[in-house]
Design a protein. Structure first.
Length: 355
């Protein structure tokens, strides 16, 4: 039998067809030149509040949108655990890291270590007291204190007593909100006495301290909670004292919170609390991951307006902060002391868009 030789070009064409599964049902696998997914580490700061649980739920969603391979840990509000978690994530080969250290002073050595390894870091919600990061993603926390002050100052008509349930003053957030609230009250509403109570972001501590102040000062007419961690306890204390009454009742105590979680929005609608500042849990997750991916890709940023309704500022040489929008939320959407507000049922609020 005589073997017929095919032209070289035809032979190569057939080989290529076989390699590509021509005419078959199989889907080609990834090519050698396909870009690898960026490996990004994310340390969750805690999972004991509705706000941070909402943030945690958004991370995989936005991680998928940028095609990242996520490695996650939870430091549970413990700086020693955060340090250990970072070591673990580095050993897993991360190329960038997102974290939200609650102790903004003690995180400096970890930032220095990551800088030495050339692993870019994006901080969410908090800004380090010292040390470098590629970007900080947070809202203007001084504006939180200012907005709460303006709302309470106007509702109390510049006179009376309010309790401020502070967060942790070891955190830049606690300090920013406290200082801005106190400064605004002193400058604009000097007739209002402020009782500042440190709580370390602990709901049980907040409840106990609020109860103590109310016992000595039953004429308190306002409460500023620096986070929704104190929401349930505050309402319970007011209820026990028959002060959880509608806004038009003379006994009503005006309550302002910070976070914008769904429960706060429901409580505003019900008249249990009066206002909050919506801290964007969804945008924290989105832009933290976007900036980390950008850092891995070698991109850089400069101070100025962004394309997502925020402003990047330089807080100190070499440290940039993207200050995302965080609106005052009220029942009526009115303006208080020059501060515009958004109605509690506005669909632009992330707290109204959770499934």
């Amino acid at each position: 039998m005589r073997i017929r030789r095919l032209p070289v070009a035809v032979t190569l064409s057939m080989a290529a067809c076989l390699l590509a599964a021509c005419g078959g049902e199989e889907t080609p696998g990834p090519t050698a030149n396909a870009p690898a997914k960026p490996v990004i580490g994310v340390d969750y700061p805690r999972s004991d509040t509705d706000f941070w649980n909402s943030y945690i739920s958004y991370v995989p969603k936005f991680g998928g949108e940028i095609g990242a391979d996520l490695k996650t840990t939870n430091s549970q509000n413990d700086i020693a655990k955060l340090t250990a978690n970072v070591q673990s994530l580095v050993s897993q080969g991360i190329r960038g890291l997102v974290m939200a250290p609650q102790d903004t002073a003690a995180v400096a050595p970890t930032l220095q270590q990551l800088e030495g390894k050339k692993i870019p870091v994006v901080l969410v919600d908090t800004r380090p007291d010292t040390g470098n990061a590629f970007m900080v993603v947070r809202a203007d926390n001084r504006a939180y204190g200012e907005k709460a002050c303006r709302y309470l100052g106007e509702q109390l008509k510049g006179a009376g007593k309010v309790v401020m349930l502070q967060g942790d003053l070891a955190s830049i957030n606690g300090r920013d909100r406290t200082e801005a609230f106190n400064e605004c009250m002193a400058q604009n509403y000097p007739g209002i006495k402020v009782f500042g109570e440190a709580t370390n972001w602990d709901g049980a501590v907040a409840s106990q301290k609020l109860s103590t102040v109310l016992t000595a000062n039953p004429d308190v007419k306002g409460v500023y909670m620096q986070s929704s961690f104190a929401l349930a306890g505050t309402l319970q204390v007011l209820k026990q004292r028959n002060l959880l009454v509608p806004p038009d009742d003379p006994k009503h105590v005006f309550v302002v919170s910070n976070d914008g979680i769904p429960q706060e929005l429901k409580d505003i609608a019900a008249g249990n609390i009066d206002a909050t500042v919506s801290q964007p849990a969804d945008l924290y997750a989105k832009w933290a991951l976007e900036y980390t991916k950008a850092a891995i890709d070698g991109k850089t940023f400069a101070p100025g307006k962004t394309d997502h309704d925020s402003t990047i500022i330089e807080v100190r040489p070499g440290l940039l902060e993207d200050q995302l929008s965080a609106p005052l939320v009220t029942r009526d959407g009115a303006t208080y002391g020059g501060i515009p507000s958004v109605k509690h049922d506005d669909k632009s609020l992330w707290g109204n868009n959770l499934s």
